[in-house]
Design a binder for this molecule. Structure first.
Ligand code: NAP
Length: 246
């Protein structure tokens, strides 16, 4: 059976993608941050994936750490034999206007959101190249496409992911590996729960569909990009924002 890895899959969009890909018939490797609470949540997601009749195993690792990713990918390959889909989903925010943003906040967001994509893509692509097949899907953001006041660090990391997506597509296209990004707008998750009412209202005013997105609406597009229906789609960024940019 084909195997999909989803990083940061203990909650939010990642957990929903894991369950959707399990429903599609993939075995699921659930990466989670190595904390007790993430472990408990990730194990629950694994059980929900197993309910679709597939194998699902949790792999704790801090994806901002190169060595931890290398070890995790090796363990996943040993456990499942192949790696067919990688979803680089793990992400954090540390918002604030640039004038008040600390170096620590900048470095932390770049390490988790951006370097993790290097760490995971580097190790997984070695496996996919040997297989001569695979789909890599990166979670970008509308902040990476258009910028967002208060998110200098976050928008930098998400813009970088768009460049990494296109480069990965160009480097590995001839090996049968596709790489695409999705750029969500405002999706209801623990990440956006942190925003103030004023920030939410400002965002809503710009959305053509006048509602926030649901995690299932991201997972549906990721499902398409992980399937053979998207076999000739690579290097693309699909915005999922209810018409935020129009
Ligand atoms: P979320 O609910 O905060 O989930 C993110 C997950 O990533 C959490 O489980 C988190 O674990 C995990 N994570 C953080 N650092 C990690 C690390 N170093 N190693 C492994 N896992 C780590 O956020 P979400 O809203 O589902 O977002 C998922 C992705 O979509 C992110 O890349 C985000 O930037 C992107 N996105 C979201 C929205 C939105 O509106 N929600 C919009 C655009 C893009 P902890 O809980 O322990 O930190």
């Amino acid at each position: 059976m084909a195997l999909a890895i989803i990083t940061g899959a203990s909650q939010g969009i990642g957990a929903c993608i894991a369950k959707r890909l399990a429903k599609d018939g993939f075995d699921i490797a659930i990466n989670h941050y190595p904390s007790d609470s993430d472990k408990v949540n990730a194990e629950k997601v694994a059980e929900e994936c197993q309910a679709f009749g597939v194998k699902s195993v949790c792999f704790p690792a801090d994806v901002s750490k190169y060595d931890e990713c290398e070890k995790m990918v090796k363990n996943i390959k040993n456990e499942f034999g192949s790696i067919d889909v990688l979803v680089n989903n793990a992400g954090i925010t540390k918002d604030g206007l640039l004038a008040r943003m600390s170096e620590e906040s900048y470095d932390a967001v770049i390490a988790v959101n951006q370097k993790s994509v290097f760490n995971m893509t580097k190790h997984v692509s070695l496996v996919m190249m040997k297989q001569r097949s695979g789909h890599i899907i990166n979670l970008a953001s509308v902040a990476g496409l258009y910028g967002n006041a208060g998110q200098f660090n976050y928008s930098a990391s998400k813009a970088a992911i768009i460049g990494m997506t296109k480069t990965t597509a160009k480097e590995f296209g001839s090996r049968g590996i596709t790489c695409n990004a999705v750029a969500p707008g405002f999706i209801k998750t623990p990440m956006t729960d942190k925003l103030t009412d004023a920030q939410r209202d400002a965002m809503l005013a710009q959305i053509a569909m006048k509602r926030y997105g649901e995690v299932e609406e991201i997972a549906g597009v990721v499902s398409f990009l992980a399937s053979s229906d998207s076999s000739y789609v690579t290097g693309q960024v699909i915005e999922i924002s209810g018409g935020l940019s129009m």
